[in-house]
Ligand binder design. Structure first.
Ligand SMILES: C[S@@+](CC[C@H](N)C(=O)[O-])C[C@H]1O[C@@H](n2cnc3c(N)ncnc32)[C@H](O)[C@@H]1O
Length: 272
């Protein structure tokens, strides 16, 4: 039985069912089977199989197997690199011209990473941009859309970005409207490339692939890479499983950050 569940998880969302998670997963199966009034766990298998990749039952599974832990400006080296190197580089690209930058926080959880990206772009006066926060958990995205956070979540917000937080209640902060209007949250399964529907100039995917089965990482990376504009950047978390450089990307040396850039398309041949 276990092999089937593992395979279903792997095929639908790339997740690995680790030995240590088996008791938690068994408890989830029992509670969902009872909640849906199903005769047994095999019936729940059929429900999950028939559910869309971003359906409510997949939220239940992801919420149980994957941590949503996050905070504003987690891994500060990433944000420093974006501010000092990546945004200026993207703005210099001839392809970008006066166009709006598209940024994606892939696996954004409850929204802190997406809002941090918007804050950094605003503080750096990066021009017009939209940050797309994507996650497979409907619940996490509901929290993200509320944009209200406790003191611990915002503790690492740098001094020049504190102005983008509004004190709502004691120890509760709201993301300022200036930031929110640049951020959209969308439910998406990163394991299937069709879950992402645009091309992005900057894709940040941190602390997500660590939950994937090793065999699923290259496919997930290929799906992310295929969504980058020419010259666009992919930044991974420091702990993401080491793999070969995804096809079409080149590694970029940035201190303390795993960065790749989509190789820009060669200029079109001009024929007379
Ligand atoms: C630990 S959080 C990472 C949050 C943030 N990126 C950070 O580094 O702080 C991992 C998130 O990945 C999401 N996730 C896992 N597998 C996913 C998939 N196949 N598609 C979309 N999101 C996924 C989970 O729902 C969870 O919110």
């Amino acid at each position: 039985m276990r092999a089937n569940w593992s395979e279903l998880l792997l095929h639908r969302c790339g997740l690995a069912l680790r030995e240590s998670q088996v008791p938690v997963f068994a408890e989830l199966l029992q509670s969902r089977t009872a909640a849906l009034g199903l005769p047994n766990c095999t019936s729940y298998f059929d429900v999950l199989q028939a559910d869309q990749d971003t359906g409510d039952e997949w939220t239940e599974v992801v919420d149980r197997l994957v941590s949503h832990e996050t905070m504003f400006f987690r891994h500060p080296e990433t944000f420093e690199a974006i501010r000092t190197q990546i945004l200026p580089d993207l703005r210099r690209r001839p392809e970008t011209g006066g166009n709006r930058l598209a940024v994606c926080s892939a696996g954004c959880s409850t929204g802190e990473e997406a809002y941090s990206l918007a804050m950094i772009a605003l503080a750096a006066a990066a021009g017009d941009f939209t940050v797309w926060g994507m996650d497979m958990s409907r619940r996490a995205l509901d929290t993200a859309r509320r944009g209200r956070y406790g003191a611990r979540a915002v503790a690492a917000v740098p001094a020049d970005c504190r102005r983008y937080l509004v004190a709502a209640e004691p120890d509760v902060f709201e993301v300022a409207e200036d930031v929110r209007r640049h951020v959209r949250f969308v439910i998406a399964n990163l394991f299937v490339s069709c879950g992402m529907f645009l091309s992005y100039d900057l894709l940040v995917c941190q602390n997500v692939l660590i939950y994937f089965a090793p065999s699923a990482v290259p496919r997930a990376l290929a799906a992310l890479a295929s969504r980058l504009t020419p010259g666009g950047f992919l930044l991974l978390g420091p702990g993401e499983a080491p793999t070969a450089t995804p096809e079409g990307l080149e590694p970029v040396a940035i201190n303390g950050v795993r960065a790749f850039r989509r190789v820009a398309l060669p200029p079109r041949e001009v024929r007379s």
